[in-house]
Design a protein around this ligand. Structure first.
Ligand SMILES: [Zn+2]
Ligand SMILES: [Zn+2]
Length: 148
């Protein structure tokens, strides 16, 4: 099956080749707060090759001091961020979960960077949470997939 999604104006559409809706996580870092204009970002990690996108996609490349190049794909018309890749994680893409057609059916199975979480937001008990970025193995486990 495929999981569909698209930008706010409709010019960009994409399909994820997945067996089911992906698990998602919330990132409460201040970069995500700024970029989303909200309290946190909700995202899913998928194989980059699972994404089939069409429409006027613009790329914004950001190289922070870490040197890990982040390539953000967004709609060239309305500038909705669709997904990004990072040179630190080749082959993987991080999809903005709110742009999925069935975003109302998604579950958040992990919270990261809760050190900078907005104080009014109460997280559900039992959902894994880390003060900053979790170790990759723990994150993979929380998202329900094992790394090769
Ligand atoms: Zn658009
Ligand atoms: Zn973040």
């Amino acid at each position: 099956m495929t999981v569909g999604g698209g930008c706010r104006c409709g010019a960009v559409r994409y399909a994820l080749a997945l067996d089911a809706l992906p698990p998602t996580y919330a990132c409460h870092c201040t970069d995500c707060q700024t970029w989303s204009g909200s309290a946190f970002s909700q995202q899913a990690v998928v194989a980059e090759e699972a994404i089939a996108a069409s429409g006027p996609i613009t790329i914004f490349e950001l190289t922070p001091p870490s040197g890990r190049v982040s390539r953000q794909r967004m709609c060239g018309v309305c500038h909705t961020r669709i997904f990004n890749t990072n040179s630190a994680r080749p082959g993987l893409a991080v999809v903005r979960a709110g742009a999925l057609d069935r975003s109302n059916e998604l579950m958040v199975t992990a919270h990261i960077w809760v050190r900078s979480k907005q104080p009014w937001l109460a997280l559900p008990e039992g959902t894994p949470a880390w003060p900053e970025a979790p170790p990759p193995e723990e994150m993979a486990q929380a998202l329900g997939f094992s790394r090769p």
